[in-house]
Ligand binder design. Structure first.
Ligand code: MG
Length: 389
């Protein structure tokens, strides 16, 4: 097996006005992603995704250019089954052979951010190819799946206090979810406004539905502590990204200030960043994004760190189909996983980019059975919204 071609596109899908929402990321009018296609000499095709924006909308010209003009030439002619070797080659750059012989990383200077987003896209596509070449779903190559269906949570919740209850209950009606996540933080202006929205949400859904909140990293340490104090009686399942990712010790201080579990990691990349979160006791739940953290390979390593530190693992899957499906396989195979993120905002990059129907039933999502990642890209939809970088 050899890699014949590597092609990335910036896919930008407009979201119709009635389905748009507003958060601290502004009015979300498009869903953007870097979608990668790798084809082997024998005609196998794998799909990957890289991400440089946590929200749906983002600018992907540079990432797509990097994939097409800097990464692609390094992949042509390689055996696509060399997934881990290729990961380390791309991460270590010109010193990759020295690093391989020495047994430790010697990464290039630009070792985070867009570089690892590009590696993520490659890694996801190579796992897709390996699975297809062996006729097996990726989870089987990762050690098997622990369940056939996994609990999912509805991810959304932007409405003000007087409407948040109805918004969350509409998610339950749609997918039978028993766990819901709502947004808080800077979009509300002050912690007490967010706390009032969360209180209204809890009153509307009752005590038996799990409720999580996500601040998108927009609080200071002091604000996050105030929010925890104001919501201490609301039995939150987790408080996500209270602070920016660059304040890991502040995150530990927030975590120690109350009993609300802290979740974080969608803005973090590589095993090294999650090692620091674990050692600093900054979080209870790790949330790597497969399209940003380093792909399926790195997400599995991060899940292992979570397990070793007796923490849990709930990948960030607000994403396009390659990343979302990658997350399903990782969750199926990881001992520390327990729940899947399922976006209730407009998400054409999952629902329209693939031929399959992706849906939650009774709050559960099926782990794919088909070889590879288990989806078929809609070439017609891709062509309609793709531009080459
Ligand atoms: Mg989040």
């Amino acid at each position: 097996m050899r890699i014949k071609s590597v092609q990335a596109w910036w896919v930008r899908v407009p979201i119709e006005v009635a389905k748009q929402h507003r958060s601290d990321f502004g009015q979300v009018t498009t869903f953007d992603a870097a979608i990668l296609r790798i084809e082997t000499v024998d005609g196998l095709v794998g799909w990957g995704e890289g991400k440089n924006a946590a929200g749906s909308a983002g600018s992907y010209g540079a990432l797509v250019h990097m994939l097409n003009h800097e990464i692609a030439p390094q992949l042509i002619g390689r055996d696509p089954a060399d997934i881990g070797i290729i990961w380390e080659m791309l991460y270590n750059g010109v010193r990759h052979e020295t690093a391989a012989h020495a047994g430790h990383a010697m990464p290039q200077l630009a070792r985070r951010g867009m570089s690892v987003a590009a590696i993520s896209a490659v890694d996801i596509a190579l796992w897709d190819i390996l699975g297809k070449s062996l006729g097996q779903p990726v989870w089987r190559l990762l050690g098997g799946r622990k369940v056939e269906r996994m609990q999912a949570y509805a991810s959304g919740g932007w409405a003000p206090a007087d409407a948040i209850g109805e918004q969350l209950k509409s998610y339950i009606a749609k997918g039978g979810f028993k766990a819901l996540k709502m947004r808080v933080g800077a979009m509300d202006g002050a912690p007490h406004v967010s706390a009032a929205r969360v209180r209204a949400a809890r009153q509307a859904i009752g005590p038996d539905v799990e409720l999580m909140v996500d601040a998108h990293g927009t609080y200071t340490v002091a604000e996050a502590k105030r929010f925890i104090g104001l919501t201490a009686d609301l039995d939150l399942a987790w408080f996500e990204e209270p602070l920016i990712a660059d304040d890991k010790s502040g995150m530990a201080e927030v975590r120690a200030s109350g009993s609300t579990p802290i979740a974080t990691g969608e803005s973090e990349a590589t095993r090294y960043a999650f090692r620091d979160l674990a050692v600093l006791k900054s979080a209870d739940i790790f949330q790597p994004d497969p399209a940003f953290c380093g792909g399926i390979s790195e997400a599995m390593k991060i899940g292992t760190i979570a397990s070793a530190f007796n923490l849990r693992f709930a990948p960030h899957l607000w994403a396009g189909a390659p990343c979302f499906f990658a997350g399903l396989h990782v969750c199926a195979a990881s001992p520390a996983s327990f729940i899947i993120e399922y976006s209730l905002g407009a998400n054409p990059m999952i629902h329209d980019l693939v031929e399959e129907t992706v849906e939650a039933k009774n709050g559960m999502i099926a782990i794919p059975e088909k070889p590879g990642l288990g989806f078929t890209i809609s070439e017609r939809f891709l062509e309609a919204h793709a531009q080459r970088g």
